[in-house]
Write a new protein. Structure first.
Length: 169
C-alpha cells in the first residue's frame, strides 16, 4: 500500500496534557510560543546549514524573517494546544537559547512508509552552532530520550534526524 501523503495522528490518552516545561540536567524545554520569536529567528538564521545537516529536510531553505517565524510559532502554539504536535524552545540553565525540538505525527515531516507505521511519534531537533560546539546536540538527544520515556505516552518514537549521536540507540 502507498502511504505517502498520509499522516498518522498522535494517539493520546483521554485527558492527558502535554507538559509545558521539561527539564533534564542543564537543559530546559518550554512549549514553543510567539514569546520565543527573537531567540528563534536568531537561532535559525545562525544555523541554517547546521540545521539542514543534522535535522535534515528542506527547512530552512533561507534566512527567516520575524514575520514568517511569527506565523510559524503561532501555528506551533495551536498544534500544541490541540494535541496535534508538540514543539519546544530549548534553553540551558543560564537562559541561553539552544534550539528547538519537535514531536510530530508520523508522516508529517517525512513521507509515511509501511516501516514507519510501527512508530507513534516523529522526534526531531536542532541546536544553534554555539550550542552544537558546546555539546548540546547530544545533550538534547539524551534529554528527548528521557522525556519520551518519562513524560509522554509514546512507546515507539522515531528519531528522524539525519545525525543521531554515535553510541546511542
Amino acid at each position: 500500500m502507498n502511504y505517502e501523503g498520509l499522516v498518522k495522528r498522535l494517539s493520546l490518552p483521554a485527558g492527558w496534557t502535554a507538559p509545558t516545561l521539561l527539564t533534564y540536567d542543564d537543559v530546559r524545554a518550554y512549549a514553543l510560543t510567539r514569546d520565543h520569536l527573537r531567540d528563534d529567528v536568531r537561532g535559525i538564521n545562525a544555523g541554517i546549514d547546521l540545521i539542514r545537516r543534522t535535522r535534515g529536510g528542506s527547512w530552512p531553505a533561507e534566512p527567516v524573517t520575524e514575520e514568517y517565524d511569527y506565523v510559524d510559532l503561532v501555528w506551533h502554539e495551536c498544534e500544541f494546544r490541540e494535541g496535534d504536535s508538540f514543539s519546544y524552545a530549548v534553553y540551558d540553565d543560564d537562559g541561553r537559547y539552544l534550539g528547538c525540538c519537535y514531536l510530530y505525527p508520523m508522516g508529517r515531516r517525512r513521507p509515511l512508509t509501511e516501516e514507519l507505521l510501527g512508530h507513534d511519534v516523529d522526534v526531531s531537533w536542532w541546536v544553534t552552532p554555539d550550542a552544537y560546539e558546546a555539546g548540546f546536540y547530544v545533550k538534547l538527544y539524551d534529554a528527548l530520550r528521557h522525556w519520551l520515556a518519562t513524560e509522554f505516552p509514546f512507546t515507539a518514537p522515531c528519531y528522524s534526524n539525519n545525525e543521531i549521536p554515535a553510541g546511542r540507540s
